[in-house]
Design a protein around this ligand. Structure first.
Ligand code: SF4
Ligand code: SF4
Length: 58
């Protein structure tokens, strides 16, 4: 399952989209949106690299 995002916290930096190997994220209206959540391999890269810690894997 793709990470949970706290949308209010997201600053739209695009890092999650840049580091995701599976193309899960896109930035739309300055917020990260999951456009391909089923492709997530739960690698944790987006969670580990979000500069404001908006993402969490459960
Ligand atoms: S955990 Fe990995 S595969 Fe899943 S959305 Fe984050 S970077 Fe992409
Ligand atoms: S890395 Fe974090 S702050 Fe940056 S776009 Fe993704 S969720 Fe938002």
């Amino acid at each position: 399952m793709a990470p949970r995002i706290d949308v209010d916290c997201c600053i739209g930096c695009g890092t999650c989209a840049d580091v995701c190997p599976a193309g899960v994220w896109e930035i739309q209206d300055d917020k990260a949106v999951q456009v391909n959540p089923e492709a997530c391999i739960e690698c944790g890269a987006c969670v580990d690299n979000c500069p404001v810690a908006c993402l969490s894997l459960e």
